[in-house]
Ligand binder design. Structure first.
Ligand code: HSE
Length: 427
């Protein structure tokens, strides 16, 4: 039976989960995959963490050089995160001809061209299922399952922390700050939650997923990004009254006009399949020209779900003699002839505070009309305070830049009216 040696760099939550799956399932993989996968080494500064997991003392390496020079190690798993040491260690492993499995979305998003070049040069594998949407096999689906298709769109909830926060704000009527604290207590959000709540994490993942789906490099810098830190309880409640649920969506579309990629809080109708994806769960909804719609749903984070993605990559690397690389030209920047669309189309939710007197609505309607923005419905919310009332409206599908121009026009009315919130809507 083929014997494969693995080293794990980093024994945090995901590294620990990976170690557990590999050791507990070793016999199962011997039977089902006809391969004997053994953890030969771990690199973890906190030795007590390794010992607590049951790693034998002699398997704890002191530095990366010990791992890359060990002929018993075929596959190196990087679960350190970040760019610094992770990039250096992954390159060292690839340059030594070892296959790499990584969960590092930021690293793969920013340096996939450099890493893949090193992997191809050494005929080593480079696998990254765990970098996007945890245990949900979205990368394998894009690389294999739906390869027959031209993918025209993908839409997903690909960050569990923000989905947890928005779910709690929606279901329990609590503030963003309270729900963030709870997410931190449960270990979903980091002490510094910026990467999740400002949409960076989702944008790294969208860059990777849309590059695979659209067969061309979609750099992080091309992704329009807005987080959830400015979301108020009023907006969530008003959206609910109108039949919508708020989600942080990652959206990628490809058409003859070009590619649009964006991450932002979005209202989805209550009967949309993504509206039912709650708590820390993730889901991705793909549309292919042959298959139609496909939706994948599951846990986007956590020790065992993410460990599941890593170990599945290890098994793939261990059982295939040919490596599988990206199905697009993996360059640092976008290809020259690819057009990215900034002035995308969407419906919008707007929340305004306006003076409660004759003629104000007329003025506002005139500004919308001037910019070609058409209103589907408008509701006055609550009662007058200091002579002003809140107004909530939904627009027909319109161009992003038209809405921005209309908002600027309304805000130029001074005391008369102000746009407090602009959110996009998927109907
Ligand atoms: N922090 C991410 C999330 C998981 O909340 O979904 C890892 O990407």
């Amino acid at each position: 039976m083929k014997k494969v040696g693995v080293a794990i760099l980093g024994l945090g939550v995901v590294g620990g989960g990976t170690y557990r799956i590999l050791t507990e399932h070793r016999e199962f993989y011997r039977k089902t995959q006809n391969v004997d996968i053994e953890v030969e080494s771990v690199l973890e500064l906190d030795r007590s963490r390794a010992l607590a997991l049951g790693v034998p003392e002699e398997k704890i390496a002191s530095n990366i050089a010990e791992i890359v020079s060990d002929p018993e190690i075929n596959i190196v798993v990087e679960v350190i995160g970040g760019i610094g040491a992770a990039r250096e260690f992954v390159l060292a492993a690839l340059n030594a001809g070892k296959s790499v499995v990584t969960s590092n979305k930021e690293l793969f998003c920013k340096y996939s061209h450099e890493l893949e070049r090193a992997a191809k040069r050494q005929n080593a594998g480079l696998y990254f299922e765990a970098s996007c949407v945890g245990g949900v096999p979205i990368i394998r689906t894009l690389l294999d399952g739906v390869q027959a298709n031209r993918i025209s769109g993908m839409m997903g909830i690909i960050n569990g922390t923000t989905n947890y926060i928005l779910t709690k704000m929606t279901a329990e009527g609590r503030s963003y700050e309270e729900c963030l604290k709870e997410a931190q207590k449960l270990g979903y959000a980091e002490a510094d939650p910026t990467a999740d709540v400002e949409g960076f994490d989702a944008a790294y993942k969208l860059s990777i997923l849309s590059s695979l789906a659209f067969h061309t490099k979609v750099p992080f810098a091309k992704i329009y990004r807005e987080g959830i830190t400015g979301i108020s309880q009023e907006d969530i409640a008003d959206g609910m009254d109108l039949g919508y649920v708020l989600k942080l969506l990652a959206i990628g579309k490809q058409s003859d006009e070009g590619i649009e990629v964006r991450v932002h809080p979005t209202f989805v109708r209550k009967d949309h399949p993504l509206a039912a994806v709650n708590d820390s769960f993730n889901a991705v909804y793909l549309t292919g020209d042959a298959v139609g719609d496909v939706m994948l749903y599951g846990r986007g984070a956590g020790a065992l779900p993410t460990g599941s993605a890593i170990v599945s990559d290890i098994i793939y690397a261990a059982t295939h003699s040919e490596n599988k690389y990206s199905t697009f030209k993996n360059t640092a920047n976008a290809e020259k002839d690819v057009k990215f669309i900034n002035n995308f189309k969407s419906a919008y939710y707007l929340r305004l505070t306006v003076e409660d007197r004759v003629g104000i609505l007329g003025k506002i309607a005139t500004i919308f009309g001037r910019h070609n923005v058409s209103i589907v419905e408008m509701v006055q919310k609550g009662t007058q305070q200091d002579g002003k009332v809140p107004l909530v409206l939904i627009t027909h599908e319109t161009k992003e830049l038209s809405v921005r121009a209309a908002v600027a026009g309304i805000n130029a009315l001074g005391e008369t009216a102000h746009v407090d919130t602009v959110l996009r809507v998927v109907s």
